[in-house]
Design a protein around this ligand. Sequence first.
Ligand code: FAD
Ligand code: 2HG
Ligand code: ZN
Length: 479
Amino acid sequence: MPDTHAPAPLPAALLSALQAVLGPKGLLTDPGDIAPALADWRGLYQGASPAIIRPGSTQELAAAVRLCARHEVAMVPQGGNTSMVGGATPDESGRQVVVSLARLNRIRAIDPVDMTMTVEAGLVLKAAQDAATGVDCLFPLSLGAEGTATIGGVLSTNAGGNTTVRYGNARELMLGLEMVLPDGQVIDGLRALRKDNTGYALRHLFVGAEGTLGFITAAVLRMFPRARENEVAFCAVRDEEAALALFRRFRDRDEGAVRAFEYLSGIGVDLAVKHIEGVTLPVSERADHYVLVDLASSRPEAGLRPLAEAVLEEALEAGEVLDAAIGESEGQRAALWRIREEHPEAQKREGASVKNDVSVPVSRVPEMIRRCSAALAALIPGSRPVPFGHMGDGNIHMNLEQPEGGDPAAFLARSHDIMDCVNEIVRELGGSFSAEHGIGRLKTDMMESWRGGAELEAMRRIKAALDPAGLMNPGKVLP
Ligand code: FAD
Ligand code: 2HG
Ligand code: ZN
């Protein structure tokens, strides 16, 4: 556990100026109120902060940022605090102040003709989805933390999730941004345009910057026609290659129909059944490998059911699929999805686990899973590889669960060996060591080896140009 210092109190002049700008709801200084913002979801970090700044408008945020900049106080943007890499947690020095976007959560406009909505950064992802549904549209970004994660957070991490295979990452769902620079200047880039080639696309620089270049305060998001037909199948498959073959069968038959294609390992499903109330195995026998496929169409009579049955029939005959369950109702489809969505929680409840959020070209996914699983099992005897995730876009969570009954601390002490073991194989296969969760604090030490040389130097120059005093989320992303 790192050494956490008592937070250094904010200078009295700054404190009173912030109080004047933000009002009583906009500044928390009581340690009890601050505590939940100081630890990350995974429990890897415990930081310290003298206060939480909670502005209620972009203008309030800009004024607070100007004040912090004047007093050289470092700022840590925080949305739903669901980061998997410690990105939203202040360090232990007690000298970084958390800036929560939670009160900036309005829907400013929603337009089903342009298929866009303009929302503030603190809006919870689920609320954005619901708003789209309310005008008979779809906001397709979907991930397990959607009830807590915010629009500012998903954009700042360029989150992926379950529907990347069809709709892309958060970046592809964004048209315009309102941003606050580290000196408090506001950039109003809330343009709802599909075409806008007017100089450097600063909005794209902020997406995926993990709060190191400034704040995202609002965004114009793309909506899509909502699904009028949906089928979800949960399949036991022969092995990793059979999972890929099934993906190709669906894609070749009707690429546009595949909304999600998720791989699950036998052990991952075992853990979900073991730890999560109401989760049961929907196929007749346990298998070592499963796939969840979600087909959706905005056409009411798209024929997805016959499509699913025909593809599964072929795959059964080819010996790739061993058994399959197709959801017969909205409730059953949600239950099949739940087996998948509860994977992170189930792994957390089982004990210590090390996450490897990696991607490789889709064609290399089976080889990556096989090689990493074997290498990890050899590295730590008794440990349990739990690969799962977004096979359709090449992003697998190549996680490792501690040996049953083993010492969690001893296991976690090997975290770096475990990540290196996976990353070496992923590098050979032309992949990435961080597919969707970002770098945060956890992976800064990998940047030199993966992005070193001119690429990292260019990132440093961009950072220095926008944030010369280094006040935005220090210690994150860049080593
Ligand atoms: P936070 O955790 O609060 O912040 C994330 C980063 O963005 C931090 O660096 C923070 O400083 C910065 N930030 C936040 N808001 C702003 C802002 N307004 N301006 C500037 N910087 C900001 N990720 C995926 O990609 N796919 C998944 O499928 C997925 N599933 C998850 C499932 C679970 C159960 C959990 C706990 C997390 C999951 N995540 C996933 C990880 C996480 O990245 C996403 O939940 C989400 O992108 C983070 O949103 P947040 O609002 O919680 O951001
Ligand atoms: C998911 O896909 C998230 O569920 C979390 O990205 C992955 O827990 C994980 O490793
Ligand atoms: Zn994921």
